[in-house]
Design a protein around this ligand. Structure first.
Ligand code: NAD
Length: 639
């Protein structure tokens, strides 16, 4: 292949990109050739280190070659692009974990796909002409090729700034932001390469490194942090619009060019990634969720059209007013199930106990993602892709992780008593049921005494979230236990918050569900009132779902049949989330409130209303949103 030169010179495996006329943009073939070379050199004693460089003085590599992606994508073929990205990310991952030093020389433009090959090695060298950037939001993608790892690790909110504005970094800023390690004047590069080939001594790189003065981005860090700390793109835009300064004006101009959906997803992705359990694998997985969907649901094809096909530089982005709803972000970043990025690692062995309304779809999602899941439920229920065991003890044999999804604390204690002695040392017990804080702590203590890790990780999101892999997990336990469980949370959900020590997850859950119980009743009361006022239910939904009365109960789980998204109301109030489970949760919050003397008047009223519904009025076995027909019936004269 003429686009790339692969050879062994002295002690070095040499990879030189040689498409200078195309700014060394990386084609699919080049990507595969680099991977093949790295594979061949892994166990080749003749190769002590790898040197990555490029011909020409304008660019190390300006990105991936995207013309082919456009040609296939506009014909409705999305699998070509998905395969390209998956193979490219596998290469990025390989460079990052390569067992021998990888030294890269990054002159001129190093952008996008160029960062993926140039900035994951062990010794990343920049020079006088270096300009490094992650410009993906400008073509309707998100920073990918593992770049989101560096962005999440960059000081303060620099990652959000670089990812959304596509700003270029000079050598000094690239080192500051964590995209490069050493500044060495380019005139000295040929001699250094010759030394490395001859000696394989990578200490020579640091020896030639020259200190730099702070770059413009480092200088702008206070401005960046002040404006980019918000929870979402809209917060960032609001603070920028509220300030009359050159920085705000320039930044708004930059943001105005890029895809709002891409920018909003970039902010969300960085927030999810940042934290102690960040890994390249996690970054690539999240990036791929977006890129795999980018042609069909994102702005990618329109972005390429405007940038390199028609070259009109006037892309027609979705959400052109820069108001990107949170649901649009969630849809782009939700797990891909069996299409998830596979980097060659092996799946975990998982035991799953409790395959009910929630457990069955959660277990199915884990199986779809490539894990070996064995399940057990006393009712004999199963889940797609999940092997069935004859007992809970059999389901957890040799498992790396055991997940329980059970009705209450008493059952959890019994099941835990059976399975903990049968679990392998070092395995993690993850209880996702909603139970009282004391049961959660008792089970955690028992697991710890048996040499296991344990996490209480109740969920929010309902059966829709369990099926779609969009649950929120609230976790309590040690940092080590959380880190081991987190990759599984990433598959079953879209967010996992480490709330504190054992029991903290359950504490968060009962507070959340107290709000849910109260808002569901309020939502049902409002529908019943609307009926009596002659207000059409659909109109009421249209107004409230976009007004200040909106809530999850209204918008995602509407209690009125045929209104809003599919919910148990459309299925004759089959649960869903059974009224007796809501009563249980409200009881747990009242129990906790009494223990610490907290005033929860509304919670107490909600608990009483659900108690009556479940115990006196045939509500057991109905979804908790069946409070609406119950209120309507009472409205017709019942006491
Ligand atoms: P569910 O009743 O549908 O499922 C519980 C399952 O556990 C049942 O299939 C039951 O047969 C099984 N089970 C009971 N005892 C068992 C044992 N000893 N061994 C094995 N299996 C056993 O309930 P669900 O809706 O799936 O909820 C499960 C948990 O998740 C509850 O703690 C609930 O509060 C919580 N939760 C539910 C929702 C929801 O929307 N359904 C939402 C968030 C949290």
């Amino acid at each position: 292949m003429t686009d790339i030169s692969i050879r062994i010179t002295g002690r070095a495996g040499r990879i030189t990109l040689q498409r200078p006329e195309a700014l060394n943009a990386m084609t699919y073939d080049m990507c595969l050739a680099i991977e093949a070379a790295l594979n061949a050199w892994t166990h080749d004693d003749a190769v002590a280190l790898v040197i990555l460089d490029a011909e020409g003085d304008r660019a190390f590599c300006s990105g991936g070659d995207i013309a082919e992606l456009y040609a296939t994508g506009t014909k409705g073929n999305y699998t070509y692009g998905q395969k390209f990205w998956a193979d490219e990310y596998r290469l990025n991952h390989k460079i990052f974990h390569y067992p021998k030093p990888v030294v890269s020389f990054l002159q001129g433009f190093t952008m996008g796909g160029g960062v993926g090959i140039g900035c994951h090695g062990s010794h990343r060298i920049v020079g006088d002409t270096s300009q490094i950037a992650m410009p993906e939001c400008g073509i309707g993608l998100v920073p990918d090729v593992g770049g989101s790892l560096m962005l999440a690790l960059a000081p303060g909110r620099l990652g959000e700034y670089l990812g959304t504005t596509a700003a270029r970094m000079n050598a000094s800023d690239a080192i500051y932001a964590g995209f490069a390690d050493h500044y060495i004047p380019e005139a000295g590069w040929p001699a250094l390469i010759a030394e490395l080939e001859a000696t394989a001594d990578v200490q020579r790189v640091a020896a030639r490194s020259v200190a730099t003065v702070p770059g413009p981005l480092q200088t702008a860090q206070p401005d960046i942090d002040r404006h980019f700390h918000g929870a979402a793109l809209s917060d960032i835009l609001t603070t920028l619009r509220g300030e009359d300064s050159d920085f705000a004006r320039d930044t708004l101009k930059r943001l105005g060019r890029n895809s709002p959906l891409s920018m909003a997803c970039t902010i969300e992705a960085l927030h999810r990634l940042r934290g102690p359990s960040l890994t390249l694998e996690k970054a690539l997985d999240l990036e791929y969720r977006f890129t795999a969907r980018s042609m069909e649901h994102g702005d990618f094809l329109e972005g390429i059209r405007a940038a390199i096909i028609d070259k009109d530089r006037a892309p027609k982005w979705q959400f052109a007013d820069q108001n990107v709803p949170a649901t649009a972000v969630s849809k782009m970043l939700m797990p891909l199930g069996d299409m998830a990025l596979k980097l060659g690692g092996t799946g975990m062995k998982i035991g799953f106990v409790g395959l009910g309304n929630m457990g069955a779809p959660m277990a199915a999602n884990l199986a779809k993602a490539g894990h070996a899941v064995t399940g057990f439920d006393v009712a004999g229920t199963t889940a797609p892709g999940v092997a069935q065991a004859d007992s809970a003890v059999q389901a957890v044999q040799d498992a790396d992780a055991v997940i329980t999804m059970l009705p209450n604390g008493d059952i959890l204690r019994r099941v835990a008593g059976d399975v903990i002695p049968a679990m392998a040392a070092g395995a993690v017990l993850i209880d996702c049921s909603t139970v009282d804080v004391e049961s959660a702590r008792a089970v955690a203590a028992q697991a710890e005494a048996a040499g296991l890790l344990s996490v209480d990780a109740p969920v929010s999101g309902g059966i829709g979230g369990a099926a779609g892999g969009t649950l929120t997990f609230m976790a309590g336990g040690s940092a080590a236990a959380f880190a081991k469980a987190e990759p599984l949370f990433d598959i079953m959900g879209q967010k996992a918050v480490h709330c504190g020590d054992a029991g903290a997850g359950q504490a968060a859950k009962i507070c959340n569900n107290m709000i849910l119980g109260v808002t569901m009743i309020a939502t049902c009361e409002a529908f019943a009132l609307a009926d009596k006022l002659g207000l059409d239910r659909q109109k009421m939904f249209d107004v409230v779902s976009t007004s200040s009365g909106y809530s999850w109960s209204m918008n995602a789980y509407c209690p009125a049949p045929s209104v809003g998204p599919q919910s148990p109301a459309d299925n004759d109030y089959q649960p869903g989330f059974a009224a007796e489970l809501m009563l249980k949760d409200l009881g747990l919050s009242q129990q906790a409130a009494a223990a610490v003397d907290a005033d929860t008047t509304m919670g107490a009223m909600a608990a009483e209303l659900y108690r009556r519904f479940v115990e006196d009025e045939d509500g057991r076995g109905q979804d908790f949103s069946a409070m609406l027909p119950r209120l309507m019936a009472r409205g017709h004269g019942q006491s």
